[in-house]
Design a protein around this ligand. Sequence first.
Ligand SMILES: [Zn+2]
Length: 452
Amino acid sequence: MGSAVGARGAEREQKRAKTHGEEDDATAMSIDEQNKENVSANVSASDVRATMGNYYRNFYPAEALFKWLSHGNDERHAKADKTYAGKREFCFVLDKENGDGEIFCRYQCFEDAGRFAREVRSKNPARIEFGPVMNAKPAHRHSVKLHSVERELVFDIDMTDYDDVRTCCKDAQICGKCWPLMTIAIKILDAGLRRDFGFKHLLWVYSGRRGVHCWVSDERARKLSDEARAAVAEYFAVVKGQGKSRRVYSINPMHPSVKRAYDDVLKKYWIETYLPEQRILENNAKLDQVLDLLEDQELKDELVDEFNGSKMSSVERWRVIEERVMQARQPKQGVKRNYTLDFALEKIIFWHIYPRVDIEVSKHMNHLLKGPFCVHPKTGRVCVPMDPAKAEFFDPAAVPTVIDLDNGNKTLDEAMRTFNETFWNAAEAENKERLTSLTRAAKAANATGMDF
Ligand SMILES: [Zn+2]
């Protein structure tokens, strides 16, 4: 063993002697349950269910949703594909009569928004899922061999995938302390999809309880094959695996998009939000998890001793870890340099807070996904659109429940404004432009006798 390591060992012994006998209160510093603002509304599932009929009659924006899913093809435009809208698969999820379980009514399809709206009101489904546009009407599945032709590229991020990095909640619970993990995911995915893939029409939606969905609606995205969808989803899979086998990829050296995520979002959220809110470095098990990622037992032991009995906050502890890692990176005579420390700090941050995308949902064109403006059966909250540019201001606890709407205490005005202003207005303008350019091309073809 080299002399420098020996010196580090001796220093550690001194610290151990110094802290020996001090009260180990690190584990006692768990998040104060009293301060937890859980977003579950005080509603019962039966109240939610009883209000759904009224919700579908008075609030559910069936026309706007159908118009979006038609992507301009419901227009009276000569170049609109009049058969397009009717080839989309809808799935109505109905409650079983005895209240025990669900019935999936797949392959529903509608000629126009009016028929869709009427069917929603008459069936009063627990939720409505949107599937792909097929080669023929899904209802004709017994006479035609159906296959998916196109579909929005979708992303699903669920807070339960973050259970090992949350100290405040677990499973379906969420609160103001862990919700920023979703904000981080939205910011990173939104920037990546727009800047690296050039997509423009992204609809972000709160899933009603513990996660978010994104519907990329650009024509180019809708036409991606399953293989291409998998490739886009994999692009964001910088962190893979669960628990101890979770690994961080593409950070040594950092891919430009990964670096942007780190510089623009992760670094700031780690220090300003994640560490102060989750206080993981004051929790022995979580601290152990973090220090293991250094892959340097010597350094880990040193830090464990330093924090033993310390009253330092998680942010203060992180500053110490940073400092020790920087010191350990310095070449020392006679000491074998641990190169894994070069990216250890970044790795810890990515490991904890980089978006955890459910790749399986994105990969398959025919995957059914709960549509926007559905109602979560447990929370009663409406799956409202979100403005990605203001993701940090989104408060799940403020999202209207069907009971709020029913009582007249809240409206969907803001949700509709977000839908239109952050997504639909631009998408609709592009649909019109596309149809007009098809007409122009056809006219030019007529004039020149060419077949376009
Ligand atoms: Zn929480």
